[in-house]
Design a protein around this ligand. Structure first.
Ligand code: NAG
Length: 215
């Protein structure tokens, strides 16, 4: 009985500690040991003496992403997977490239607020607040403009200029995660039942089947 209670207390404390770790490092750094066998929230730390400058480095942000795809956009991440030194630091970066009219479709980041700045071109950006208002807040941005997407909210970006556009975004997680609305709903594996989606979207089963085939 006492042991059971003790286990519950330990579990409760470990949840609190895990939650705080992303934002409150307990040491100078905890460079991710990607090959480590220990499973923790994030990655286990490399031995500090084996840490190198390259653990804190990413050299690819000057390279334009390949936007030859259906969306006309590309994301180049510098997350913990690219920069192991980000482990436990609660921050990361990404480069966004857009062909003319290119779109990053509606999506959310389950673990991060995002702040964006336009380096080249003109973007239309927006996010939608939660139920029941579902207020759509959007703006046209030009070079040098900054815009914030609050954590968890559905948001998008689109190039509304006539040439390529580039933006940099910073995110408040080493591993922000992404849930693209269309592919999560219509491209899940296995599929969500067609009749659930036809009720949810108030369209016929055929329309849903069509959408499911696209994702
Ligand atoms: C860009 O992506 C397309 C589609 O995947 C591919 O065919 C093309 O070779 C890529 N271009 C470059 C420069 O990598």
């Amino acid at each position: 009985m006492a042991r059971g209670l003790c286990l519950i207390v330990v579990l409760a404390l470990s949840v609190i500690a895990a939650h705080a770790a992303d934002h409150s490092p307990l040491q100078d750094f905890c460079v991710a040991d990607m090959n480590g066998q220990v499973r923790v929230n994030g990655f286990a730390c490399k031995t500090p003496s084996s840490v190198q400058a390259n653990d804190f480095y990413f050299g690819g942000m000057h390279i334009m992403g390949n936007t030859s795809n259906a969306l006309g956009s590309s994301v180049t991440p510098a997350f913990v997977f690219q920069v192991p030194g980000l482990n436990t630091l609660g921050i990361s970066l990404a480069r966004l490239d857009f062909a003319p009219r290119g779109v990053i479709p509606p999506h959310t980041h389950p673990r991060a607020t995002e702040i964006l700045t336009v380096l080249e071109g003109q973007l239309e950006v927006g996010f939608v607040t939660s139920n029941p208002e579902n207020r759509h807040i959007s703006k046209i941005l030009n070079k040098g403009d900054v815009f914030v997407f609050p954590v968890n909210l559905v948001h998008y970006q689109r190039n509304v200029g006539s040439s390529y556009a580039v933006a940099m975004v910073a995110l408040s997680s080493q591993n922000p995660g992404v849930i693209a609305v269309a592919s999560a709903v219509f491209g899940s594996n296995p599929d969500i039942s067609t009749d659930i989606l036809s009720k949810a979207f108030q369209v016929s089963d055929d329309v849903i089947t069509d959408l499911q085939l696209k994702f």
